[in-house]
Design a protein around this ligand. Structure first.
Ligand code: NAG
Ligand code: NAG
Ligand code: NAG
Ligand code: NAG
Ligand code: NAG
Length: 315
């Protein structure tokens, strides 16, 4: 599933989203529990909630390997997803800030960050984790591409060295520190709806990378060169594809520059793939998540997502 970003030349491993069962041992820390006060480091895109009365903003810290949690208002499942660190060689914790004052119908996810550090992994399996927010699919779940009218993405994020959130992202600093990571939307698709929802059984993994740093963080198929390009709201995406170790076809759209703010409909990037060995109208989209594939970093780095909304338009 997820991404297996490979080591430069190309082997890689498992999909990025792979959920490894069996790691429990959660460390749960209630960090902040206040009324009407903004949580430290948060920048709620929705603005202040209803006046006074009982609004609670709180941040909780989650360091478990791989189970998801679904805080209020329930549209997204958050998961540290440290699927590639069974031996505990690194650390990752997510902070998730919930606000009881937002509308239950909001399309926005709770603000979150992930602070992590992992050593260099094996060439054939360089990804250690995929901290992410996964969209709970509406209605009956997986959506047939024939009826997928749009997939709107509205996101702002930052990445920086250290264990605190940064307002801005300095790619040169991350590059110089040899941080290896990306920021992406990860999707899984298959003819069968149930397979599409399971990253290990899906036929296709489709990724949209908004940024990537480090020599080991290459999309599968990079050596063959870009196979197509498509511009959405001013950002050009180049397409690379190839198969991963599970035999899944992984198709990656890579932004032409590190893009920290993006608003647009990425649905056309999925539909376009029928011309490039990818899924077609009869396939189902069963998994959509936004996060960062964490390969390695020699010091703590912090990925911060104060604004995220994803919305599927289907008929
Ligand atoms: C580095 O990040 C880990 C995981 O979030 C955290 O447990 C640890 O305290 C951080 N180290 C420092 C020095 O901040
Ligand atoms: C996450 O929450 C912990 C506990 O409040 C805090 O110490 C840490 O600074 C937070 N990390 C970030 C990146 O904001
Ligand atoms: C984008 O694709 C078009 C063909 O659709 C091609 O002519 C053009 O060279 C490509 N641009 C880049 C920058 O690769
Ligand atoms: C993103 O930043 C890194 C580090 O500076 C750089 O190597 C990489 O080329 C950038 N990516 C794009 C698509 O510009
Ligand atoms: C294009 O992006 C701008 C901001 O970056 C946003 O205001 C606008 O709504 C976006 N347009 C579309 C069609 O999504």
């Amino acid at each position: 599933m997820w991404l297996l970003t490979l080591f430069s030349a190309g082997l890689f491993v498992l999909p990025a989203a792979i959920t490894v069962g069996g790691y429990i041992g959660i460390e749960y820390q209630k960090v902040f529990h206040g009324e009407g006060r903004p949580a430290p480091g948060t920048n709620n895109p929705l603005g202040p909630g209803p006046d006074g009365d009982g609004r609670i903003i709180e941040t909780n810290t989650w360091c478990q390997k791989s189970f998801g949690i679904t805080p209020f208002p329930g549209r997204y499942v958050f998961n540290p997803n440290q699927w590639g660190d069974p031996d505990d060689l690194g650390d990752l914790c997510m902070n998730i800030t919930t606000d009881s004052g937002v509308s239950e119908d909001t399309l926005f996810a709770a603000g979150f960050s992930a602070t992590w550090q992992y050593p260099v992994g094996p060439v054939d399996e360089p990804v250690h984790a995929f901290p992410n927010a996964k969209l709970l699919l509406p209605g009956d779940g997986p959506v047939r591409l024939a009826g997928l009218d749009g997939l709107r993405l509205d996101v702002s994020w930052s990445y920086g060295l250290g264990s605190y959130v940064h307002a801005d992202t300095d790619s040169a600093v991350l590059g110089a520190a040899k941080v290896n990571a990306n920021v992406c939307v990860d999707m899984f698709l298959a003819a069968d709806a149930a397979d599409a929802a399971d990253p290990t059984r899906a036929r296709y993994e489709v990724m949209v990378w908004l940024a990537a740093w480090g020599d080991a963080t290459d999309p599968i198929g990079l050596p063959a060169g870009s196979q197509a390009n498509h511009t959405i709201n001013g950002t050009r995406f180049d397409l690379y594809y190839g198969d991963n170790a599970l035999g899944q076809t992984v198709l990656t759209w890579l932004a032409d520059r590190n893009t920290t703010d993006f608003i647009g409909d990425i649905g056309p990037l999925i539909h376009e793939l029928k011309h490039h060995t990818g899924p077609d109208a009869s396939d189902h989209l069963g998994y959509v998540a936004f996060g960062s594939e964490a390969l390695y970093s020699f010091e703590n780095v912090t990925f911060y997502v104060p604004r995220l909304a994803m919305d599927i338009d289907s008929s």
